[in-house]
Design a protein around this ligand. Structure first.
Ligand SMILES: C[S@@+](CC[C@H](N)C(=O)[O-])C[C@H]1O[C@@H](n2cnc3c(N)ncnc32)[C@H](O)[C@@H]1O
Length: 250
């Protein structure tokens, strides 16, 4: 039988199973030190900010607490948004949460001053063409010179996985890769927090650099989290390593 490619419904299903874990992180963890520092560096308190793939609001409530109150937050997974709304009610905080897909969002052109897609969410969109559409859409809704910040894994920096990627390269060359995947760099693995298989694309720096240029962004800075921040053990257990990307709409 031919394997079905990973699709949006698979992604929603995988994140539905993570709702309780993400809810816990919203209460117990909030913004990471790295996120807090980068956001304060680039976003102005008066900015109209889009929190993309906000999950249960870990970053949204964190932003709000820092004084960023002009927020629109959305996620493709209905259970995440349901939980975010419950948490907002519990906290007595008025944040606008909605269900939406970043590749099809209907916000007006140039209507935001800043955008954030945290915790490798952009790379949980299957297929490079769809990730390119997401980047184009984000560029479209931002005003000129606005910042867009996101994170990804880094295929060449994660030393424990170098042998895995060498083997994976051989499998792709021989056509023996998991047929549910689209491109080299795609990975399906059991989640350490939830009992489900998680899809994520693990990019190279060159690949992301090219994609952001094509979408009309200028790279302001990129760094590997551990180069600049020593996060708490709790944050490290929740999130693992990642690379930050700070872009400006050209
Ligand atoms: C790794 S989780 C991060 C959640 C939250 N930002 C956090 O850091 O706690 C990635 C999130 O991106 C969302 N997501 C994936 N594809 C999306 C899409 N096309 N549009 C909007 N959200 C999406 C998922 O539903 C998931 O909640």
């Amino acid at each position: 039988m031919k394997s079905r490619k990973i699709n949006t419904q698979n992604i929603i299903k995988q994140y539905e199973s993570g709702v309780s874990n993400y809810s816990k992180s919203t209460y117990d963890i909030g913004l990471w030190e790295s996120e807090k520092t980068v956001l304060l560096n680039y976003f102005k308190k008066s900015d109209r900010i889009l929190d993309i793939g906000c999950g249960t609001g870990r970053t949204s409530f964190g932003l709000y607490q820092l004084g960023y109150i002009n927020l629109s937050c959305f996620d493709i997974t209905p259970g995440m948004i349901e939980a975010a709304k419950c948490i907002a009610e519990t906290k007595g905080v008025d944040i606008n949460f909605s269900v939406d897909d970043v590749t099809q969002m209907s916000f007006e052109n140039e209507s935001f001053d800043a955008a954030f897609f945290s915790f490798n969410g952009l790379m949980s969109i299957p297929q490079s063409t769809n990730r390119a559409t997401a980047l184009n859409q984000i560029n479209r809704i931002l005003k000129p010179n606005s910042y867009f910040i996101f994170t990804t894994h880094d295929r060449h920096a994660e030393l424990d996985f170098l042998a895995y990627w060498q083997e994976e390269k051989r499998r792709w060359a021989a056509g023996k890769q998991d047929q549910r995947l689209y491109e080299f760099g795609d990975r399906l693995a059991m989640s350490k927090n939830e009992n489900t298989e998680i899809y994520i694309h693990i990019p190279s720096v060159d690949e992301v650099t090219l994609a952001i240029q094509k979408a009309g962004f200028t790279l302001v800075e990129t760094f590997y989290r551990s180069e600049q921040f020593d996060e708490s053990d709790q944050v490290k257990a929740f999130s693992g390593e990642c690379r930050f990307w700070v872009l400006r709409k050209a």
